[in-house]
Write a protein that binds this ligand. Structure first.
Ligand code: ADP
Length: 462
């Protein structure tokens, strides 16, 4: 198996070219052979016609003395340098050949019985060579005569031999030139590919912003370069997302850790009473909870990115799930004097991962309660629409400014930074909502008006 593409292309090209050349040579050889034979036949036919004319004239002049007329005609025909022979009533009269005339007689006998008066036939052997002979039959008085003009086909064969020798001599040369040409062509065609490979080798994870120069590459290679560049762009984007994710995650982890260290440093600086230690431990406990939540969220998203989350698909009742979520945020809503309403038809079954779906609804409810001022209202509505299950979480809280709305599902994005951080948010809740919805082949959308409230709608295919 030849590994070099250049060599393979060259060999294919050479094989194709050889085949074409061989076919063309055979065709040319056949054409030449046929043309040479036709020309000989034409010359012989004209010779037979002339010999017949002369013979007839001599017969008249010599009062029907056929042998004498034949001898006379042979003398007259000598300058034409073709063999002539004459027959009368099927008998051989004379010929210009010095050798045996048996083959001529046989050829004449073959023609004699035929209706055609002018024919060209093969003579197997004449003066030591294969030959062709043209015949012309006519009647003079009451005698049937035949004039014959023949010539060896040796000249045709020697011409063909010459042509063959020329071909065999030129073929290796032609093939060598074609091979070199093919190799040069393949080298030239593959040069942009090599250049692209060299450029690609220089691109590392820290230079993913570089692109292959599409430049003057031919159509197909341009497509390859463009596809490769698109791949690079996608890689670059995901690397960037990853880098940002790690940077944001580290940043988020630093804050609670700094609080814990600060609190403990201050507490340990001198002796404290029990109440002060309790207060410090309370702060540490809060921050530790915050940290656990953050680590849990990060882990979920990292697993989701790695595609390693196996959905525990089971039949569940979404109305029960939504009602349970409402119950668990009820204390927080009550503490802020927020009215929480939950509307759901009964027995709405759905196949999905209960844990993840619960987390999705809780995240939405948690946000709605956190971003709605005291005295506000939060509504949860579950609906079945055609082939969709729809969960709307509506609040009449602060709303989300239009410039932030497209970004709230991004990781670590906070529309109201100071407030969100104070409320304990990391900007990951909605990313998880989006991921859970998409993992169930659904979507989540947002409609919001700053100052009037927001509605998050989750659509899940049933
Ligand atoms: P966080 O943990 O900060 O709440 P999320 O991903 O859940 O993170 O939300 C992203 C941002 O979207 C929040 O910081 C907040 O500014 C905004 N947001 C989310 N839900 C609401 C809502 N119901 N009302 C107003 N703003 C919201």
């Amino acid at each position: 198996m030849i590994r070099s593409l250049r060599l393979r292309l060259t060999l294919w090209y050479l094989a194709f070219f050889s085949l074409l050349l061989a076919a063309f040579s055979v065709f040319l050889y056949g054409l030449l052979a046929r043309t040479l034979r036709d020309r000989l036949d034409e010359r012989l036919s004209a010779g037979a016609e002339t010999a017949a004319g002369l013979f007839r004239a001599e017969l008249e002049e010599l009062n029907g003395d056929a042998p004498a007329a034949a001898a006379e005609t042979i003398t007259e025909m000598r300058p034409q340098a073709i063999l002539v022979a004459f027959f009368a009533d099927g008998r051989f009269l004379a010929s210009s050949s010095s050798g045996p005339v048996k083959q001529l007689e046989m050829a004449a006998a073959r023609v004699w019985g035929q209706a055609e008066t002018a024919l060209v036939v093969d003579v197997p052997e004449l003066d030591g060579h294969a030959a062709r002979a043209a015949t012309r039959r006519f009647t003079a008085g009451n005698v049937t005569c035949l004039a014959m003009a023949g010539q060896s086909t040796e000249s045709i064969y020697s011409d063909l031999r010459g042509f063959r020798d020329l071909l065999f001599g030129a073929l290796p040369l032609l093939l060598a030139v074609a091979g070199l040409g093919g190799y040069a062509l393949a080298t030239r065609s593959l040069a942009p590919l090599n250049a692209m490979a060299a450029q690609a080798r220089e691109i590392t994870s820290s230079s993913l912003d570089r692109r292959l120069a599409v430049g003057a590459a031919a159509g197909e290679l341009r497509l390859l370069a463009a596809s490769f560049n698109e791949l690079l762009s996608r890689l670059d984007r995901s690397f960037e997302t990853m880098r940002r994710f790690v940077a944001d995650a580290s940043h988020e982890l630093r804050t609670p850790l700094a609080v814990i260290r600060g609190e403990t440093d201050v507490a340990l600086a001198r002796d404290r009473n029990a109440a002060e230690y309790r207060e410090t431990l309370g702060v540490v406990q809060d921050e530790a909870r915050r940290l656990s939540r953050l680590v849990e969220d990060l882990l979920s998203l990292a697993r989701a990115d790695a595609g390693r989350v196996n959905l525990k698909s089971e039949i569940l009742y979404v109305d029960d799930l939504v009602a349970e979520c409402c119950r668990s945020v009820q204390p927080a809503a009550g503490a802020h004097n927020i009215t929480l309403r939950c509307r759901a038809p009964e027995d709405v079954s759905f196949q999905g991962d209960e844990g993840l779906l619960r987390r999705m609804v809780l995240n939405l409810l948690d946000n709605a309660v956190r971003y709605t001022p005291a005295g506000g209202r939060v509504d949860v509505a579950l609906r079945t629409e055609d082939r969709w299950l729809r969960i709307d979480v509506t609040d009449n809280g602060m709303g989300i400014p239009p410039q932030d709305a497209p970004h709230v599902f991004e990781r670590f994005y906070r529309a109201d930074k100071a407030r969100s951080r104070n409320e304990g948010g990391f900007g990951l809740g909605l990313s998880i909502v989006k991921w859970v919805a998409e993992a169930h082949r659904g979507t989540v959308s947002l409609t919001s008006e700053p100052g009037a409230g927001s509605t998050f709608s989750v659509f899940l295919p049933r």
